[in-house]
Ligand binder design. Structure first.
Ligand code: UDP
Ligand code: MG
Length: 340
């Protein structure tokens, strides 16, 4: 099944903001059977409230992306779509990871405005009307930013802080304490569609768009049920994408280190020559030979590794493989859109 990925770029600015927009809430789900009933119950109730209150236009929807779940996630989504016209869903043929699933949702969801959020109710739903308000005030990208990290483990707090600092140091633009809870205008999504990166780090990518942005703060809750689908391995993978997709600085650090070590070793050689010719000191023992050897071996291996990582990225990107394949779509209005 082909997605309408080649659609012409819509470059018109935000449509008439005096009327409430049609909003699609995009939720990637991977093995989320424990939380989906509650998430759907709460979102449906709120969506109807927001539409009745004039904050959103009728036709606003909840759009689930099943990222190749192995549990009952898809059966639940299909059930909700069959009984509620506000709910639609798209199923990827296999697990492609959160960022790819999210991109698929953004590229196929209907709506003038798309809001991405996690399925586990950690993102405070109360921030959604505020995001829509910011949109109507002219912002095309609204970042949901965590006001505190109180409910995180010590490890996550420290590693997140360190990571954001590292990104800033390397010159990668991201919003501190913002993950993937954000509003995008239709125009922002259509612009995002033109980016063909294989390795996605959406929170960095949206910073490239350049449209007007704003921030809405929210308090992040504990996961409603089930376990995190972001184990340490996936978290480190995403962190690494964040660095390597946006800066070649690590390669430059290696070059810099190479220059420093080379100049240093020339100095050392000069000093050795000097002591040999003009003094009668005993030459240093094996430590001065063996230690630098191991040290430089380590530096070289590490450098090769970093260069190899970038090379691997080029290799992956050169294959130009699709980032996801769609298996099924549910929900009448949604099927028509994806061409299913
Ligand atoms: N997710 C996904 N594919 C994956 C991993 C996660 O679609 O391979 C979804 C998951 O269902 C959730 C969101 O991404 O809706 C964030 O994951 P999670 O809440 O487990 O991450 P955490 O909040 O623990 O960092
Ligand atoms: Mg979560």
């Amino acid at each position: 099944m082909e997605l309408p990925g080649q659609r012409a770029l819509d470059v018109s600015p935000v449509d008439d903001v005096s009327v409430p927009p049609v909003v699609s809430l995009v939720l990637p789900c991977y093995n989320e059977q424990e939380v989906l009933p509650e998430t759907t119950r709460r979102l449906l109730a709120l969506l109807r409230e927001w539409i009745a209150g004039g904050q959103m236009a009728p036709g606003s929807s909840i759009y689930y992306v099943d990222d190749g779940s192995r549990d009952q996630t898809w059966a639940l989504i299909a059930g909700y779509a069959a009984t509620h016209e506000e709910v639609g869903g798209i199923k990827l043929s296999r697990n492609r990871g959160h960022q790819n699933a999210l991109l698929c949702g953004l590229l196929t969801a209907p709506g003038d405005v798309l809001i991405s959020l996690d399925a586990d109710l950690q993102d405070d739903l109360g921030a959604i009307p505020q995001m829509v308000c910011q949109y109507r005030a002219g912002s095309e990208i609204v970042f949901g930013v965590r006001s505190s990290r109180a409910c995180d483990t010590w490890f996550k707090r420290v590693s997140a802080e360190g990571y954001y600092r590292l990104l800033a140091l390397l010159g990668v633009q991201v919003v501190f304490n913002h993950a993937d809870y954000r509003l995008l205008s239709r125009r922002a999504v259509e612009t995002l569609r033109t980016y063909e990166e294989t390795h996605l780090f959406l929170r960095g990518l949206v910073m490239q768009l350049g449209y007007q942005t704003s921030v809405v703060e929210f308090e992040r809750a504990e996961r409603f049920a089930g376990e995190s689908k972001y184990p340490l391995r996936k978290m480190l993978g995403l962190a690494w994408q964040g660095v390597t997709s946006f800066t070649a600085y690590p390669l430059r650090i290696i070059t810099g280190a190479g220059v420093v070590v080379s100049v240093g070793s020339m100095g050392l050689a000069a000093w050795a020559l000097f002591t040999r010719l003009f003094t009668d000191h005993a030459l240093p023992g094996w430590a001065s030979v063996v230690l630098p050897m191991y040290f430089l071996g380590g530096v070289q291996l590490l450098s090769l590794g970093v260069i190899g990582e970038y090379l691997a990225k080029v290799y992956e990107a050169s294959k130009k493989r699709p980032r996801f394949h769609v298996d099924r779509v549910v929900g009448a209005g949604f099927k028509r859109r994806v061409g299913a």
